[in-house]
Design a protein around this ligand. Structure first.
Ligand SMILES: NC(=O)c1ccc[n+]([C@@H]2O[C@H](COP(=O)([O-])OP(=O)(O)OC[C@H]3O[C@@H](n4cnc5c(N)ncnc54)[C@H](O)[C@@H]3O)[C@@H](O)[C@H]2O)c1
Length: 214
């Protein structure tokens, strides 16, 4: 299948690119950064998703992964550009599945204000696309991760005391690896046929964590 993934130079996007290639698909990656990764079935394109998008025909799986955490461009990047990418590449006959990287903050609000708002918008937009993509027989879902070990969180991972505080917030005492998110992405887009319009929380029990006092 022809897979388009945004934000493939590192982190979750890179793990997804490697996963889909390992499963025999061809991947086009958009990123503002160069990629150190190369493979015969991988095409890296220097594209800023907030700007003019290139023309690509016949995308079968679209993974909206590129995102930033803070600063003045959060809504433009995480929400407006994600909508622009989806409207341009998803609504055509070849489309099989669309996936969005939302965030656990979409449901609990516990992040930078614009980040949480942008991801809440992504989840609602995902549901909107599920309704409109059904006529192509395509699914649309989102993944809402809690902490994932990626360069986005380098400042936490480099600080043992901050890292411990974050892990103590979770029920399982751990964060997810980017590979786990890539595996779940693959399931949702290429194995799943009946789940659509759903947001999947993968947060090591962080939102569930509570104590029973008796
Ligand atoms: N890491 C986490 O803990 C976590 C948790 C929940 C959700 N997420 C979401 O998952 C997605 C990936 O996160 P990550 O941790 O891999 O981040 P990351 O910062 O490691 O990687 C993001 C990639 O997106 C690219 N990118 C940023 N702006 C872009 C633009 N305008 N155009 C094209 N590419 C752009 C970056 O250059 C980078 O390669 C993001 O949407 C993030 O919000 C991450």
């Amino acid at each position: 299948m022809k897979i388009l993934i945004t934000g493939t130079s590192r982190g979750i996007g890179l793990a997804c690119a490697k996963k889909y290639i390992a499963m025999g698909h061809s991947v086009i990656g958009f990123d503002i950064m160069e990629s150190a990764f190369s493979a015969p079935s991988y095409t890296h394109m220097l594209v800023d998703i907030t700007k003019k998008l290139p023309d690509i025909e016949g995308v079968e799986v679209l993974i909206n992964n590129a995102g930033i955490q803070d600063g003045p461009d959060v809504i433009d990047t995480n929400l407006k550009a994600t909508i622009a990418v989806t409207e341009k590449f998803a609504f055509q006959e070849k489309i099989h599945s669309v996936l969005f990287m939302a965030s656990s903050s979409a449901s609990n609000g516990a992040e930078f204000p614009e980040y949480a708002a942008s991801k809440g918008g992504v989840v609602t937009y995902m549901k909107n696309t599920a309704l409109r993509l059904a006529k192509y027989g395509a699914t649309s879902n989102s993944i809402s991760a809690g902490g994932v070990y990626t360069p986005l969180n380098a400042h936490i991972m480099d600080d043992p005391s901050l890292m411990k505080q974050c892990l103590d917030e979770t029920l399982l005492g751990r964060w997810a690896d980017a590979d786990e998110i890539a595996d779940l992405s693959y399931y949702l887009t290429n194995i799943n046929r009946s789940m659509t319009g759903q947001d999947l929380l993968i947060d090591n029990g962080e939102q569930l964590k509570s104590n029973f006092i008796w």
